[in-house]
Design a binder for this molecule. Structure first.
Ligand code: THG
Length: 605
């Protein structure tokens, strides 16, 4: 039976605190290898390995299934504070070897013991610009390589304060798994502070939305910062919304400051009672203890695990995007999900001028205006001929990441621009867009980026013959895109949003007279055959060339019929969309006839 199979029968038990255990051992500066290294717990695996073995032994004796390596801060960017950045691989590997040797001593056929490679958050917050994605990824890469080479059975990326930290660690993990052709279970665990969000302000729903798309992440959860009581509401949310198994390692209550030292008061019995509730009532499958928990706490949890089965959870994932702060689902009732169109150099003169002036803060202000106008997400396009789009995207996205509370739809045709945006974004973005104009070419570039950074994608119904004009052709391209995305690139149907293309009815061009009907009917066909997929339209395109008033009327009426056919999302100027009853009869009827190509309109015009 594998590690993860066990979860269905009983909860798996992690160990307790490492740091607070080491503190009780009253280690001297010499134990760390001198004054300069005092407090560097990760160095003990070479300077005083018996101290680390003592931690592992106590938890294994207590009955833990899984012990964590002494590597919370063994990434180079943490070790650099002790001038030993170059020892990250060596210390990580040694720590895994020590834990593995201890786990093997206690392993039996009925109770195998496992080693989780601990990967802490480091000391840097990429969302605040402390470090770039590539540097943090590289630092995690070396640490995780050591853990894998030292024999870790699984990875525990824990105590995450900034979802971008986690994305860097997950990218490093993906790279290592691919290079070595291996796959270990991976736990992704965030820290929710007493104020109820992660340090960066991330709500639990946003954290789940950002982490859920990574298919190699085996379990999601929370550890540190608070005791179980403060975690309950968020654990309940995860239990109701996470398809993946849940992980929970609370502190032994909230720390109390006693003479400048943190004291933890939750008793082993109290922790056991809470975990019984979390496992038995809510369905948490992996438990353990963080700061302040001891072997006595873990003994209670190990005993509990022998007599309890995790509550069965039937959860269906609600596809969503997220910002660093909050989540927005890709379907709302009433439809549609409103994607603000204005932060687009091609779609707004004002926005274009701000980018040309490099007034990036004012660009953020335009984003905020759209939030006030009721948008759920924001389209972002900074392309402008002759400008460095990667640089503009960098400048805008680093601000949007923390200043904009809504999820961003990254609207670019350039792969390096898309990747730059994804590297700066702590939420779950949507990429706008892929198509099949050059066969699979665009998909081959963009879909691996979606997988690597956990994004969803908009797919336009365009193929080698150009933009599809009939409903049948649009549908056929959509099916082809689903087939390749799902079967070749491992994208889920629910992560694809189809755009059946909006042509202007404002030009009077004969070729496009039936275009709105075909676009609307293609939505109906796609939603019927693939209900998990989403649909979207760039609504304002429909009225290019008309006067401003008629544009608002036509946009609103077109949107109405598209929604009736099943449209999920709309890229619009949210403040300018009118409900049908607010449009005068004459305008509404004119728009309707235009959309459905009723020729008497043509005669009248
Ligand atoms: N599908 C997808 N993405 C898209 C589109 C689409 N992205 C871009 C575009 N089409 C949707 N966005 C806009 C944004 C603005 C306008 C139209 C579509 C628009 N702007 C006024 C104009 O150009 O006249 C604005 C004026 C101003 O404020 O300066 O109409 O179809 N997937």
């Amino acid at each position: 039976m594998t590690l993860l199979d066990t979860l269905k029968q009983r909860p798996l038990v992690f160990d307790g605190a490492t740091g607070t255990h080491l503190q009780t051992q009253k280690l001297t500066a010499d134990d760390f290898g001198g004054e300069h290294f005092a407090g560097c717990n990760e160095l003990l695996v070479v300077t005083k390995p018996d101290a680390v073995r003592a931690v592992h032994r106590d938890y294994l004796e207590a009955g833990a299934d899984i012990i964590e390596t002494d590597t919370f801060g063994s990434a180079s960017i943490v070790l650099v504070e002790y001038d030993i950045a170059d020892r990250a691989y060596e210390l990580s590997k040694k720590a895994a070897e020590i834990a593995k040797e201890m786990a093997q001593q206690y392993s039996t056929k009925v109770k195998p013991r496992y080693v989780a490679g601990s990967v802490g958050p480091t000391t840097k917050l990429p969302s605040l610009g402390h470090i770039g994605f590539d540097d943090l990824r590289a630092s995690f890469y070396t640490q995780i390589a050591g853990l894998i080479d030292g024999g870790a059975d699984l990875l525990c990326i824990e105590t995450c304060q900034d979802i971008l930290q986690m994305k860097c660690a997950l990218a490093a993990t993906q790279d290592l798994f691919a290079e070595r052709k291996i796959q270990l279970p991976v736990i992704a665990s965030v820290t929710i502070e007493t104020m109820g969000t992660m340090l960066m302000g991330t709500e639990i729903a946003a954290a789940l939305t950002a982490l859920e798309p990574f298919d190699f992440v085996s379990a999601i959860g929370m550890n540190c910062a608070t005791g179980p009581k403060e975690m309950e509401e968020n654990i309940r949310y995860l239990a109701q919304n996470s398809v993946k198994p849940l992980f929970c390692m609370p502190n032994a209550g909230l720390p109390e400051n006693v003479g400048g030292v943190a004291h933890y008061h939750l008793t082993p019995e109290e922790l056991e009672r809470w975990m019984k509730h979390f496992v038995g009532d809510l369905g948490v499958q992996i438990i353990g203890g963080c700061c302040g928990t001891t072997q006595h706490h873990i003994k209670k949890l190990a005993e509990l695990s022998e007599r309890i089965t995790p509550h069965g959870r039937e959860v269906s994932w609600t596809p969503a995007a997220s910002s660093i702060y909050s989540q927005a689902t890709m379907r709302v009732d009433p439809a549609p999900v409103i994607v603000g169109e204005r932060c687009n150099t091609n779609g707004s003169k004002k926005f274009r001028d701000l980018i040309l002036k490099e007034d990036y803060d004012a660009a953020v202000a335009m984003a905020k205006e759209q939030i006030k106008e009721g948008a759920h997400m924001l389209d972002l396009c900074v392309a402008y001929v002759g400008r460095d789009e990667v640089r503009d995207m960098h400048e805008v996205m680093k601000r949007f990441n923390t200043a904009v509370t809504l999820p961003v739809v990254i609207d670019s045709t350039e792969y390096p621009v898309i990747e730059e945006a994804l590297k700066l974004y702590a939420g779950r973005a949507i990429i706008n867009s892929i198509n099949m104009e050059d066969g699979e070419e665009r998909m081959a570039h963009v879909l691996p980026l979606c997988k690597r950074y956990g994004a969803a994608v908009i797919a336009l119904t365009i193929d080698e013959d150009g933009m599809a004009k009939t409903r049948e052709k649009k549908f056929e391209i959509a099916e082809r895109i689903i087939d390749i995305s799902v079967n070749k690139y491992g994208i889920r149907e629910e992560d694809i949003i189809f755009d059946t293309l909006t042509f202007t009815l404002g030009s009077g061009d004969e070729e496009f007279r039936k275009s709105a009907i075909e676009t609307i009917e293609a939505i109906r066909m796609i939603k019927k055959a693939h209900p998990k997929c989403k649909t979207i339209l760039g609504v304002s395109n429909v009225s290019f060339g008309l006067n401003p008033h008629m544009r608002h009327v036509l946009n609103s009426v077109f949107l109405h019929y598209a929604i009736e056919a099943g449209l999920d999302m709309a890229i619009v100027h949210s403040g300018k969309i009118m409900p049908l009853h607010k449009i005068d009869d004459e305008g509404r009827e004119l728009a309707r006839k235009l959309i459905f190509d009723e020729r008497e309109w043509a005669a009248a015009a």
